[in-house]
Design a protein around this ligand. Structure first.
Ligand code: AMP
Length: 187
């Protein structure tokens, strides 16, 4: 199984991706986690992306494609994957498709976690108070939401047009949302 999870900041995609990857026995690949790891390890890539991430802007498509595609191809050979956070723009999706096709690593389904932006803002601002992620200040959270609407949400129609989309209501307990995703994937 090769799955992509799409959802606004605060929609719970990281949590659901972690759970689902265990339930489906596939690797969980998170572009945000991998990028934060590069920053922590003080790599060249980490330096290039640090300020963009802390401002809530997206990292350039080429950088993230070069980071993610080798992981995706390797995980394909190991039995499948669940990616959260990549592709995040239509151009990324188009380029990922072109590269994945060559490696027989095309995705099977896209799970879209749908929620009202206002509810998400409340959730994120609460998380900001608890965890203090560098890109979780109120101003950055609002900016990430705008970036999501402008650059990532068009992916919903992109994958919908290709018949790959499963949309699940993201407001609800972790268990309820998880059950809805699993039921949708079985259907
Ligand atoms: P996330 O943990 O998915 O919220 O990602 C955290 C941050 O990493 C985002 O706000 C972006 O700055 C960056 N990022 C993660 N994935 C991508 C991607 N596919 N394209 C561009 N930037 C990304």
């Amino acid at each position: 199984m090769k799955l992509l999870l799409v959802g606004a900041p605060g929609s719970g995609k990281g949590t659901q991706a972690g759970l689902l990857s265990q339930q489906l026995s596939v690797e969980h690949l998170s572009s945000g986690e991998l990028l934060r790891h590069e920053i922590e390890a003080a790599t060249e890539l980490g330096h290039q992306v640090e300020q963009l991430i802390s401002r809530g802007d997206l990292v350039p498509d080429e950088l993230v494609l070069d980071l993610m595609m080798p992981h995706i191809e390797a995980a394909t050979d190991r039995g499948g994957w669940l990616v959260d956070g990549f592709p995040r723009t239509v151009p990324q999706a188009q380029q990922a498709y072109a590269r994945a096709r060559v490696h027989d690593a095309l995705l099977d389904r896209v799970v879209h976690l749908e929620a009202e932006p206002e509810a998400l803002l409340d959730r994120l601002l609460a998380r900001a108070a608890e965890q203090g992620r560098a890109d979780d200040t109120e101003q950055t959270v609002r900016h990430r939401m705008e970036v999501y609407r402008a650059q990532t949400e068009p992916l919903v129609d992109y994958y919908g047009d290709r018949g790959l989309l499963l949309t699940v209501e993201a407001e609800g307990s972790v268990e309820t949302v998880n059950a809805a995703i699993r039921a949708g994937l079985r259907a």
